[in-house]
Design a protein around this ligand. Structure first.
Ligand code: DC
Length: 208
């Protein structure tokens, strides 16, 4: 089973993904960490961020089990990741990586910005997580333990995300608390696919 979770940065898709993966005994991949890991490897080795050959080599050898999430979540790594993620050859290597990861048994929960649209348009379940810009800014700021100012983060989110900017202006931004999102996701899964809600039980397709 493949569960694809899309949504903007700091919307809570990672937290929801981890919870769903734990619930169903699936593996979880925060796909943004792949781009971050490639960027960090280039930075650490002193390579240029547009060194395509080096970047593709790193991308093909990634092992998510060895990721240091705290280090990868740093702001400077995120900025480097956005440069690396613009390289078509790196994207191609990481698209392959994500598809291989998702298709290996017993399946996976993958979250990232284009999972349900580009990577797994045929995922068994697709979830879009969103949150008000203020909620996302607070969450992102708390990840940095007060080292960044929430107001600046909010300004950055509004500047970089025209879709959310428009949504905020029209006051139609969806506000999902994680618990609410998890409950809704599980209820929808249960309803649509006959997946049991209780812990420790298997979904029908895994049991066969
Ligand atoms: O979501 P994030 O901030 O951890 O993502 C880091 C970078 O990777 C960001 O610039 C967007 C890019 N990315 C992507 O292109 N496709 C994904 N599925 C996930 C992230």
């Amino acid at each position: 089973m493949i569960i694809a979770i899309d949504g903007p940065a700091a919307s809570g898709k990672g937290t929801l993904g981890k919870r769903l993966a734990a619930h169903f005994g699936l593996r979880h991949l925060d796909t943004g960490l792949l781009y971050r890991a490639v960027a960090k490897a280039l930075l650490d080795a002193g390579h240029r961020l547009d060194d395509v050959a080096q970047a593709v080599g790193v991308a093909r050898a990634l092992d998510p089990a060895r990721f240091d999430e705290t280090a990868l979540k740093r702001q400077e790594v995120g900025e480097a990741a956005s440069i690396v993620s613009a390289l078509p050859d790196v994207r191609a290597a990481l698209v392959t990586f994500q598809r291989d990861f998702g298709r290996s048994p017993p399946g996976a929960v993958l979250d990232g910005r284009d999972i349900g649209t580009v990577i797994f348009p045929d995922a068994d379940v697709k979830i879009f997580v969103d949150a008000a810009p203020e909620v996302r800014a607070r969450r992102r700021a708390s990840e940095f333990d007060g080292r960044v100012d929430e107001v600046n983060v909010l300004a950055d989110i509004l500047r970089r995300d025209p879709r959310v900017h428009a949504a905020a202006r029209d006051n139609i931004a969806l506000q999902y608390a994680i618990e609410h999102g998890l409950r809704r996701s599980l209820a929808t899964l249960s309803e649509r696919r006959g997946v049991p809600l209780a812990h420790g039980r298997r979904c029908p397709e895994e049991a066969s």
